[in-house]
Design a protein around this ligand. Structure first.
Ligand SMILES: Cc1cc2nc3c(=O)[nH]c(=O)nc-3n(C[C@H](O)[C@H](O)[C@H](O)COP(=O)(O)OP(=O)(O)OC[C@H]3O[C@@H](n4cnc5c(N)ncnc54)[C@H](O)[C@@H]3O)c2cc1C
Length: 381
């Protein structure tokens, strides 16, 4: 039923992304996970194939497709074998570039959006700080106006693509006395004096994606690098986060579906007590429950994406979709690991990677508790 949202064009796109993922990404997943990084050619190749700018404006190097093309890419990327690769690509295509397309000037789009969509320059998004994550208005990185420049001092942490980024979409305080109204966005080239990758961080999962702590010391950013209006950054970044959350939800549903399928195969090939693990009723019920959860989450994701595609801004539904889908993904990964028994806990079986990787989405892009708070608020609580 839900699949009816996709046209033949979407399905054609799906086939081409699937072939790319199978041939060019999946064979390298283990090697990149071990190396703790994947090569930059992935961005270049995906830019060349048009996969980074699917629903971005044609005038700046995008493909001008509808919003549902994003779902197709997120779903197919979930099969690349490494959550770190799909997350890093999402950061480029769905986190960093949409605000430039929406709020940027023509010059900013030519300078940052076009090369990012073409995969020639890599972007990172800097919201979170060592002392402020969920409470975005509580950030302390300061951008103080000085003539035609802003002088930036502060730090960011947990920044995906942060070690390799060519530019950063930076969220900073232009008015330290104000909370929400004191926040502004900046586009910062990472070769700007005063910009420093202070630390590369080790993580539980998403190994192939680099995560950085960044430091800014008297970093001078030209005033023309301000994205949108000064003091409007909180609303702009909240808008950005909606896209991030829906992309995460779409990837979570596809990731869970893939786990169900590979685990079904595993349980059909393993025996205990004289029968296949797949044939125990307890196992069948687990699969039935998991499939039900995936179908329910995916239906919400699709319904919400259709609304976005039609020009709505359904924040409550996006929040619910992110909460439901990412929780469901981790639950499915946990059950699938369990169904693998001891092999599930071994590094040579991919289910452990999915289990580690899927844990992140319950924290990143707004933790479960922040989603719940938001939904409760919309319910009038
Ligand atoms: C691998 C990884 C990649 C990331 N990539 C990026 C990135 O590219 N760019 C970026 O800017 N950030 C990134 N993040 C940061 C991520 O968005 C934050 O970790 C997340 O928003 C939570 O913030 P925090 O870690 O500071 O947790 P905190 O805000 O300190 O929260 C700690 C706990 O308290 C709970 N809590 C907080 N407030 C409330 C409340 N009001 N009610 C109830 N419970 C509450 C939270 O839900 C959480 O469980 C990344 C994080 C990770 C781990």
């Amino acid at each position: 039923m839900a699949q009816a949202i996709f046209t033949e064009e979407h399905e054609e796109l799906r086939r081409s992304i699937r072939a790319f993922v199978e041939k060019e990404l999946r064979p390298h997943a283990d090697e990149w996970e071990e190396a703790g990084e994947f090569p930059n050619w992935v961005f270049e190749r995906m830019g060349e194939l048009g996969y980074l700018g699917l629903h971005h404006p044609v005038d700046y190097g995008g493909s001008g497709g509808d919003y549902l093309t994003m779902l197709v890419r997120e779903e197919e990327m979930a099969a690349c074998g490494s959550g770190g690769v799909s997350m890093a690509v999402s950061v480029q295509a769905e986190y960093v570039t949409p605000p430039i397309a929406k709020f940027g000037t023509h010059e900013q789009k030519e300078r940052w959006l076009r090369p990012a969509l073409e995969g020639r320059r890599i972007g990172a998004l800097g919201i979170t700080e060592p002392d402020a994550g969920s409470d975005v208005a509580g950030i302390r990185t300061r951008a103080a106006r000085d003539g035609d420049e802003y002088v930036v001092n502060g730090a960011k942490t947990f920044i995906t693509n942060g070690c390799r980024a060519d530019f950063l979409l930076l969220v900073a305080k232009t008015d330290p006395e104000a909370r929400h109204a004191g926040i502004s966005l900046f586009l910062v080239d990472t070769d700007t004096p005063g910009f420093e990758v202070a630390r590369r961080l080790d993580k539980v999962g998403m190994w192939s994606s680099d995560t950085a702590e960044l430091r800014f010391t008297d970093m001078r950013v030209p005033a023309q690098n301000l994205l949108g209006e000064e003091g409007k950054g909180f609303h702009q970044i909240m808008w950005e986060l909606q896209g991030e959350r829906l992309a995460a939800a779409a990837g979570a549903c596809a990731g869970a579906q893939n786990l169900i399928e590979t685990t079904m195969e595993y349980t059909k090939g393993r025996e205990a007590f004289g029968q296949r693990i797949a044939d125990f009723q307890a196992t069948k019920h687990k699969f039935a429950e998991m499939q039900t959860m995936v179908d329910a989450a995916r239906a919400l994701v699709y319904e919400t994406a259709v609304k976005v595609n039609e020009g709505d801004y359904p924040v409550r539904e996006i929040t619910e979709a992110k909460l439901l889908a990412t929780r469901m993904h981790f639950q499915v990964a946990d059950v699938c690991l369990q169904l693998h028994g001891g092999y599930g806990y071994m590094m040579e079986f991919p289910v452990q990677r999915a289990w580690r990787d899927s844990r992140l989405a319950r924290i990143g892009a707004g933790a479960d508790e922040v989603m719940l708070d938001y939904i409760a608020k919309h319910m009038g609580l």
